[in-house]
Design a protein. Structure first.
Lengths: 220, 138
C-alpha cells in the first residue's frame, strides 16, 4: 500500500511538471530602450537579475527572434541570493528606424513560462528620402520622376553632389530650402530598353563621416 | 508488485491525460491560425500565381548559402544597402514578391516587406507564412 501511495505521489509530481514555487529570478530592468544613430553600429545591453527564491535556478534556454541579436551568459545556475546578467548584443547592419527585439528565457523552475526581456532601439536618421526607387516600364513616356529629400527640423543637412551611374538615367538636384528640403529629379533619355542606375546623393552630415544616400532607378 | 505497477500506470495515465488533451488542442489551434493580411501560404502562391513570384530570402547570408528556395534573391537588413540593387535588377513590377525568413518567431521577413513598401514603394509584397520551415517541410 505504501508503494502505491509513493508511486501515486510521484505521478502527481510529474503532472505538475516541475512548478517549483520556491525559486525565482527577479529582473532589474527587463525592458531597455536606446536611441542611436546608424554610425553607432551596435549595442551591448546588460540585463541584471537576482535569484530571490530559496532554491537554485538554472537558465535552460535563451532564444532571440532575430539573428541580429545574440545573448551572452557567463553561467547558467544561480544559487539563492546570487545575482547574474545576460548581455544582449544587437548589431545594426543596415537597419534604420524603431526595432523591438524580444529574447525569451526559460528556467528550470518555470520551464513552460518563458520570461521575455525586451530591447527597444531607435536607429535614428534625420533624413527621409522617398521614394528610394523610381522606375518606368519599357515604352512608358520618358518623363522625369521626383524624389523628395527632407531633413527633420532640428537638423541641417546639405546635399553636396548628386551622381548617376548611368548617363541614360540623368539626375538633377533642385533645392527647395537649403539644408532642409531638396528634390532630385530623375529622367531617362528614353524607355526603349531595360536600364538601371544607382544615383548617389552625397551630403555633409554628419561632419566627421558624411553619409551618402542612394536612389535606385530602373527601366523594366 | 505487479498490481502496484498497474495502479501506478493508471494514476500516471490520469495525470498525463489533461496535458495530452491540452497539447492536442494547442496543436490544432496553431494549425488553424489563418494567414495575416500580408501573409501567403505555399498553397496560395501555387493557386493564385501558379508559383510565378519573386522569392526573397530575408535570412542571413550563411543560411542562404546553405540552402534557399530556387531562384530566391538574398535581401536582409544586415546588408540591405549592398543587396537592394541586385534585388531590384531581378524585380518585375508585374510579379508579386514573397519574402521569407526562418518562420516561427522570426520577424525579418515582415521587416524586409515593410521596408520594400515604405522606402521603395513596392506594393505587391507578401510574407510566406511559416517561412523557410514551411517550404523545406512541404
Amino acid at each position: 500500500m505504501r508503494t502505491i501511495r509513493l508511486l501515486s505521489l510521484l505521478a502527481l509530481s510529474l503532472s505538475l511538471l516541475g512548478a517549483r514555487a520556491d525559486a525565482e529570478l527577479k529582473w532589474d530592468h527587463p525592458i531597455q530602450e536606446f536611441h542611436r544613430v546608424p554610425e553607432d553600429k551596435e549595442i551591448y545591453a546588460h540585463y541584471t537579475f537576482k535569484n530571490v527564491g530559496a532554491a537554485p535556478v538554472t537558465i535552460k534556454t535563451v532564444r532571440s527572434s532575430c539573428g541580429c541579436t545574440t545573448a551572452h551568459l557567463d553561467k547558467k545556475t544561480f544559487a539563492p541570493g546570487e545575482a547574474g546578467e545576460i548581455v544582449l548584443h544587437f548589431s545594426f547592419g543596415d537597419r534604420k528606424g524603431l526595432y523591438r527585439k524580444g529574447v525569451s528565457i526559460t528556467t528550470d523552475d518555470k520551464p513552460s513560462e518563458p520570461f521575455v526581456i525586451n530591447l527597444l532601439v531607435d536607429i535614428h536618421d534625420p533624413v527621409t528620402m522617398t521614394p528610394a526607387l523610381v522606375y518606368w516600364k519599357k515604352g512608358d513616356p520618358a518623363e522625369a520622376k521626383s524624389v523628395q529629400f527632407t531633413v527633420e527640423p532640428t537638423k541641417e543637412v546639405h546635399i553636396k553632389s548628386v551622381t548617376s551611374s548611368n548617363p541614360r538615367l540623368a539626375a538633377k538636384l533642385e533645392t527647395t530650402k537649403a539644408g532642409e528640403q531638396y528634390a532630385i529629379s530623375v529622367k531617362p533619355t528614353d524607355t526603349a530598353q531595360k536600364e538601371s542606375a544607382e544615383i548617389s546623393v552625397q551630403t555633409d552630415f554628419p561632419s566627421d563621416a558624411p553619409r551618402a544616400y542612394t536612389i535606385h532607378a530602373r527601366i523594366k | 508488485m505487479i498490481r502496484a505497477l498497474r495502479q501506478f500506470a493508471i494514476v500516471l495515465g490520469i495525470a498525463l491525460l489533461p496535458a495530452l488533451v491540452s497539447g492536442a488542442i494547442q496543436l490544432k489551434w496553431n494549425a488553424e491560425v489563418p494567414p495575416k493580411k500580408d501573409e501567403v501560404t505555399i498553397a496560395m502562391v501555387h493557386n493564385n500565381w501558379s508559383d510565378h513570384v519573386l522569392w526573397v530570402d530575408a535570412r542571413t547570408r550563411a543560411k542562404y548559402d546553405h540552402a534557399h528556395i530556387p531562384d530566391a534573391v538574398l535581401l536582409n537588413e544586415d546588408e540591405w544597402n549592398s543587396l537592394v540593387a541586385k534585388f531590384l535588377d531581378a524585380w518585375d513590377p508585374d510579379v508579386p514578391v514573397v519574402v521569407y525568413c526562418d518562420g516561427g518567431s522570426c520577424d525579418a521577413s515582415h521587416a524586409i516587406a515593410e521596408r520594400m513598401r515604405s522606402e521603395l514603394k513596392i506594393e505587391k509584397v507578401y510574407v510566406l507564412k511559416g517561412g523557410w520551415g514551411a517550404w523545406s517541410g512541404k
